[in-house]
Design a protein around this ligand. Structure first.
Ligand code: DQA
Length: 148
């Protein structure tokens, strides 16, 4: 199946950005790992990071047309602000998992609310970069009905 991994604003800084919160892995390393993981199981995984809300929204719209079966997204701070991103997901109806590297519930109050969580298939937070892999594994299981 076709899987899409989206990362929002500031996640291009992973590796150097507040490593005590976000870890030492770079986004390139995470993306390469996810692509390898998907390929090993016979799936395709495209990864995109953007600091622009519109680019993420346009990619979600395009996913409707290109046969993307499932989306994994770390929306970054857009999680807490973007009704437009939520509307993009409900608009295309593609199932998605929301991932956060940090435990957003153990931080500032403004990180506790997500505009996406209640329309997501699931949410993973606080498990570091492993959260992306767990989400991908869950997405593959949902898409294929198996856990191979
Ligand atoms: C984040 C948590 C958000 O609150 C923050 O704005 C980010 C990263 C995470 O992965 O933990 O940019 O989504």
């Amino acid at each position: 199946a076709k899987l899409l991994v989206l990362n929002g604003p500031n996640l291009n800084l992973l590796g150097t950005r507040e490593p005590e919160i976000y870890g030492a892995q770079t986004l390139d390393q995470i993306h390469q790992h996810l692509q390898q993981f998907a390929t090993n199981q016979g799936h395709q995984c495209e990864c995109l990071q953007s600091n622009r809300e519109y680019e993420l929204i346009e990619r979600i719209h395009a996913a409707k047309l290109d046969g993307t079966a499932f989306i994994i997204i770390n929306p970054g701070a857009l999680t807490h602000t973007s009704i437009a991103l939520r509307d993009a997901f409900t608009g295309v109806g593609i199932p998605f998992i929301e991932v956060h590297i940090s435990n957003v519930h153990a931080r500032e109050n403004f990180r506790k609310h997500s505009y996406l969580a209640d329309v997501a298939a699931g949410v993973i937070a606080g498990l570091g970069s492993q959260g992306y892999e767990l989400a991908l594994q869950a997405a593959i299981k949902q898409v294929t009905g198996s856990n191979e």
